[in-house]
Every structure is written in C-alpha cells, then in structure tokens.
Design a protein around this ligand. Structure first.
Ligand code: HEC
Length: 131
C-alpha cells in the first residue's frame, strides 16, 4: 500500500472514531427526560431533534434554529408566555389557562421542573445535530 493511501486510511479511522464517540456520548438523565417531553408535546409543531426532522409544521421554528440563537435559554424558559403557546400550554401552579381561549388543540400540561428538563435537552442539542 502506498504511503498516501495509508495516511488517508488512518485519518479516516481517526475521524470515524471521533464521530462514533460523539454518537454514543450519553445524554444526562435530565436531557433524556427533556427529549421525551419535547417529542411528546412540542414535536407536533416543532422539529425537536433528528428524529422528527422532516415532520413538523414548516413555518414553526425548529429547535435547532432556536438553539442557535444567543438568547435561546430565555426563549425556552418563558416559551409558555410567548405566542402561540399561552393558548395551549399550561404550567401547573404557574399559569392559569384563559377560559376565553378556544382549545382547538389538545392542551399541554407541564410542571416547572419539566421545563428545566427541556432546557437540559436543548443544552446538548447542538451535539446531535449532524445529519
Ligand atoms: C401548536 C403548535 C406548537 C406547539 C405544540 C409548540 N409550539 Fe413552540 N412555537 C410555535 C410557533 C408557531 C412558534 C413561532 C411563534 C412566532 O414566531 O411568533 C413557536 C415558537 C417557540 C419558541 C420561540 C419563542 C420566541 O418568542 O422566540 C420556543 C422557545 C418554543 N416555541 C418552544 C416550545 C416548546 C418547548 C414546546 C413544547 C412544550 C412548544 N414550543 C410547543 C408553535 C408550537
């Protein structure tokens, strides 16, 4: 085998080992809970990860796009008071769902610590974005 081929082969192997390491890097328990919440409650409108990359409402910002914003943490901490969420999200003991708002979509009930889990998930979202 000539030298150049060997170098290319070695570089490929190193690259693959780095990539596979990133793939198997474990998510924290909080992040896993956050992913579950996102898949259950947010994925019907948002792209929340690689799993539903092609199934969501196109005009709704994806979590990847939101995560890239400087103030993503604030946006996710208070997303439930930002439109259109007040009409569909209820945070136990925090928000009081307005009776005037029509429930055209099934309501999302969350607890404050579930928002922390969502943020833990968002924190590591960049790492899994490589498809
Ligand atoms: C019924 C559809 C729908 C569901 C369900 C939904 N969202 Fe949204 N979300 C939207 C739309 C539409 C926007 C864009 C609003 C805008 O740009 O004015 C948005 C925007 C956001 C933003 C950015 C807010 C801002 O002002 O920048 C965040 C953060 C967010 N959503 C988080 C969530 C989370 C977390 C969940 C799940 C718990 C969720 N959303 C569920 C429709 C939805």
């Amino acid at each position: 085998m000539n030298l150049l081929l060997k170098i290319i082969l070695i570089k490929t192997l190193i690259f693959l080992s780095i990539v596979s390491k990133a793939d198997t890097a474990p998510m924290s328990e909080a992040a896993l809970r956050g992913l579950e919440i996102a898949q259950e409650h947010c994925s019907r409108c948002h792209v929340v990860g690689n799993e539903n990359r092609y199934s969501s409402i196109e005009t709704t910002p994806s979590f990847f796009g939101l995560r890239a914003m400087k103030d993503w943490r604030i946006r996710f901490t208070e997303f439930y008071i930002r439109p259109p969420h007040p009409a569909l999200v209820n945070i136990v003991d925090v928000t009081e769902r307005s009776k005037k708002l029509p429930a055209f979509v099934s309501e999302i009930n969350l607890k404050l610590d579930q928002i922390d889990d969502l943020i833990s998930y968002l924190e590591q979202l960049k790492k899994i974005d490589k498809k």
